[in-house]
Design a binder for this molecule. Structure first.
Ligand code: ME8
Length: 520
């Protein structure tokens, strides 16, 4: 039985169309899922949509549409975004599905049986945009003196009969969990924020609403719906068939990674573990909270009219350039600024000039000198061994970086190796060797054998780089591996340690990343 690995994306609110931020989280999760599969893990990737709560209900009402047809329409947009982004999810949970209702209600009963729920009137602040309760001490003053949530969202005063969860009871358990697992939340700065939040007064959490009905009803209390966050978090269990804990699918629990944006780390690193402790379930191994994209320096928001549509980007630049750009441009975990000129620059410098150019130089020489067959490898010189070793040893560094979601460093490492390969081809100048050999007229001449060895080494390095890059740019790297004649069965990390076969025929050689017109 293969080792299991379970990764989740947040489930996205269906109050609006998907934008680049949603695409970012899904792509990062997909890259990791593909990578773990290539390493031999049985990896389950879950994504989906968060369809209940006041925010979605209000958006549907504003659109003059019934909540169910509105949510169907927008959930459809998120599903098709996942398909267009080539996300390799194993399941897509919609919280409006019956299986989710069953899961969320069974989970609720566990909290109830534990004695962790009690009735109380909620009197306090609520931000619909964040679907979050705030203590007065957390609020900030807006430009016109109004009170706002720390996120900048408007807050409203709410008084309603509610059910509370004894969150404060779990304070010490949470803190000792953080102590025992300092990488529970990454990056570390986020772990520190989470700890500070829990160390300060941790209030009990209001977990039901009575002011509206668009949600999963509380078992036995039909005038209450579950607080949307509590219900939404249980989607990670719905995807594994909870409450049926006896199925092989449920063996994926606990999640290895909940991938989220930094805006929702509190829900995942404080509320969710406390709820799981109460329900008697294991805690996820890790939460990674990535940063925010801004657009030319401005926060992406509908009111500013600067929302970036991922589908439009794919249409303009091609999917793999977008996937590469998003994960290469900004250290994962930090905020980043999106600009079209940056995507063109990255694509041209790294993909067209770097990788694409090297591939074309190598493969056209192989076509010319060896009728498109991988040349035989002659005796290796020190510099050949050195380059091959650089690529071989890059794998363990790649693994270390992927294990902590350092995608930018992972890519930097791979492209660093490719830059070495570039310097090597310039120094070895196989084209000059080939020219000498053709003057000589003999296929077995020393120069021809040497040129063949140099090109063999380069093809083998390209094979390793393509295997490493597959999870980032699946379609283009599949094309490159096709061109190199590497079979489907030889594209994982186990096969990476083998060698390219001499005499194997190149297939359909073509440019993988043509240059883009500069937009400066
Ligand atoms: O919060 N930059 O859903 P949501 C980077 N339903 N990432 C961004 C981003 C930006 N500008 N904008 C959004 C919810 N994201 C809840 C989640 S999970 C049980 C429930 C990404 O539609 C980022 O991952 O508001 C963020 O956490 C998520 O979208 C929020 O999506």
């Amino acid at each position: 039985m293969k080792d299991r690995f379970y990764i989740t994306t947040p489930i996205y609110y269906v109050n609006d169309k998907p934008h680049i931020g949603h695409a970012y989280t899904s792509i990062a999760s997909d890259v990791l899922a593909r990578y773990q599969r290539l390493r031999g893990f049985s990896c389950y990737l879950l994504t989906g949509t968060d369809e209940h709560g006041q925010k979605v209900a209000k958006s549907a009402a504003k659109a003059g549409e019934s909540t169910s047809s509105f949510t169907d329409r927008f959930a459809g947009n998120f599903l098709s975004m996942a398909e267009r982004l080539n996300i390799s999810h194993n399941d897509f949970v919609r919280t409006s599905e019956q299986r989710h209702k069953i899961c969320a209600q069974a989970f609720w009963r566990r909290l109830e049986e534990r004695g962790d729920l009690y009735d109380k009137l909620y009197k306090g602040w609520y931000a619909v945009r964040d679907e979050s309760y705030y203590d007065a001490s957390e609020l900030v003053e807006g430009a016109d003196g109004t009170r706002l949530a720390p996120s900048g969202a408007e807050v409203e005063w709410v008084e309603e009969p509610s059910i509370f969860f004894r969150l404060s009871k779990y304070r010490d358990a949470l803190l000792s969990h953080y102590d025992a697992h300092p990488d529970f939340v990454l990056p570390r700065t986020r772990m520190n924020e989470v700890r500070a939040f829990v160390e300060s007064d941790l209030w009990d959490l209001c977990v039901s609403r009575t002011a509206f009905s668009w949600g999963v009803s509380v078992p036995g209390r039909s005038n209450h719906v579950m607080y949307v966050w509590v219900e939404a978090l249980t989607n990670y269990l719905t995807g594994l068939g909870f409450p049926d804990e006896g199925t092989p699918l449920f063996d994926y629990w606990p999640a290895n990674l909940h991938m989220v944006g930094k805006d929702i780390v509190k829900f995942h690193a404080v509320y969710w573990p406390a709820l799981l402790l109460s329900a008697g379930l294991e805690l996820p191994r890790r939460i990674f909270a990535h940063g925010w994209w801004t657009n030319d320096g401005e926060k992406i928001s509908k009111s500013l009219g600067n929302v970036i549509d991922p589908l439009e980007l794919i249409a303009s630049y091609g999917l793999d350039r977008v996937r590469y750009f998003l994960l290469r441009e900004v250290p994962f975990g930090e905020d980043g600024n999106f600009s079209r000129s940056a995507i063109v620059r990255r694509s041209n410098e790294d993909l067209a000039n770097g990788l694409g150019n090297l591939c074309m130089r190598v493969l056209t020489l192989v076509e010319r000198g060896w009728n498109g067959k991988i040349p035989p490898r002659g005796e290796l010189h020190d510099e050949d061994i050195e380059l091959l070793e650089t690529f071989r040893q890059a794998e363990s560094l790649l693994q270390k970086r992927m294990d902590v979601c350092s995608f930018h460093l992972a890519l930097e490492g791979i492209f660093g190796c490719l830059a070495d390969a570039d310097r090597y081809i310039t120094r070895q100048a196989p084209w000059a060797l080939l020219k000498n050999a053709s003057g000589d007229g003999r296929d077995s001449s020393k120069d021809k054998v040497r040129a063949g060895t140099v090109l063999y080494v380069l093809c083998d390095c390209l094979r390793m780089a393509a295997i490493d890059l597959q999870s980032f740019m699946p379609a283009s790297m599949a094309k490159l591996l096709d061109m190199l004649g590497v079979g489907d069965e030889a594209r994982d990390f186990k096969s990476r340690a083998t060698q390219l076969q001499e005499g194997c025929r190149l297939v359909d050689v073509q440019a993988i990343f043509p240059r883009l017109e500069s937009q400066d």
